[in-house]
Design a protein around this ligand. Structure first.
Ligand code: G1P
Length: 301
């Protein structure tokens, strides 16, 4: 049930200022968020996910060399006219899809001082409402609606909600990691502590924070005072740890334990897996591609 005093969440913040060094040289002149997953840039899946969860006000936190992101979510009259003249209605519709998706806003991060700092850049746009943060490297399969579940949990409990996923213990050092307590709901935990990219010996669990957050605006007050942490960067995880530790400043923090399909498009091997899996499932490409893949695996590998 939605508590009447809680404002409805309408805003999504997508940090997209990273350099994409893992994909060089592809990302030398092209933002990593624009790399295609089948035939759509990775970032479009993320914006579609926000919209599917009811968040159609999207703020991207960008940096230098990110103009293609703004162009992608804007109209392209020349291209639209050329397709129109040719009578190519289906391609025209595909081109217009991204500009009709959501109300897009942009702010520049300037100095790359970390994820916490990127989120803080959203403060003037977000104001004092709860909001969602979606990291572009994490792609959540549209059939597994994680964000909608997180919003429902935040409406029920108040405070903030992070997405958690069980990972192998040797992977924990790549993520924020949560100490948790069970709640009455099987997929919801109370987060009692968070550590950014712990050594295996310091990890409180093997529950990793994946890139989806529903945040209480109190996070901004904390981020303004958060000192640089791991890697010399202002870490969102460190600010969330403070929320988890002190309910008065905007807690509690809950976690939704996700068991659906997630791809890390920031990692080259996982990026390839995402493309193969999503291509196999496409109605237009899937049948031929699956048949080829079967032959390739059995005969050529
Ligand atoms: C960021 C966060 C980390 C989180 C991860 C999810 O790290 O700092 O807590 O677990 O995203 O993808 P990054 O992958 O940007 O280094």
């Amino acid at each position: 049930m939605i508590e009447p005093h809680l404002p409805r969440i309408t805003k999504a913040v997508i940090p997209a200022a990273g350099l994409g060094t893992r994909f060089l040289p592809a990302t030398k002149a092209t933002p990593k968020e624009m790399l295609p997953v089948v035939d759509k840039p990775a970032i479009q899946y993320v914006v579609e996910e926000a919209v599917a969860a009811g968040l159609d006000d999207v703020l991207m936190v960008t940096g230098r060399n990110k103009r293609p992101l703004e162009d992608h979510f804007d109209r392209n009259y020349e291209l639209e006219e050329a397709l129109s003249k040719k009578g190519d209605r289906s391609r025209l519709a595909r081109v217009q899809e991204s500009s009709d998706l959501a109300t897009m806003h942009y702010v520049r991060q300037g100095d790359p001082r970390g994820l916490g700092h990127a989120v803080l850049c959203a403060a003037p746009h977000v104001g004092r409402e709860p909001f969602a943060v979606l990291l572009g490297d994490d792609l959540i399969d549209p059939r597994d609606p994680l964000l909608a579940r997180m919003i429902a949990v935040s409406e029920r409990h108040g405070g903030s909600v992070v997405a958690l996923m069980e990972v192998a213990p040797e992977q924990v050092h790549l993520y924020g990691c949560a100490a948790v307590e069970p709640t009455g709901d099987a997929d919801v935990v109370r987060v009692t502590g968070l550590v950014e990219k712990p050594e295996p010996s310091d990890a409180p669990s093997n529950l990793a924070v994946i890139g989806r957050y529903v945040l209480d605006p109190g996070i901004f007050d904390i981020l303004r005072k958060t000192e640089p942490g791991r890697g010399g960067e202002i870490q969102l995880t460190d600010a969330l740890q403070q929320l988890a530790a002190d309910e008065k400043v905007g807690g509690p923090v809950h976690g939704v334990v996700f068991q659906g399909r997630r791809y890390d498009t920031g990692d080259r091997a996982d990026y390839l897996r995402a493309i193969v899996r999503l291509a196999c499932e496409r109605e237009d490409l899937g049948p031929d591609f699956r048949a080829w893949l079967r032959r390739y695996v059995t005969e050529e590998m």
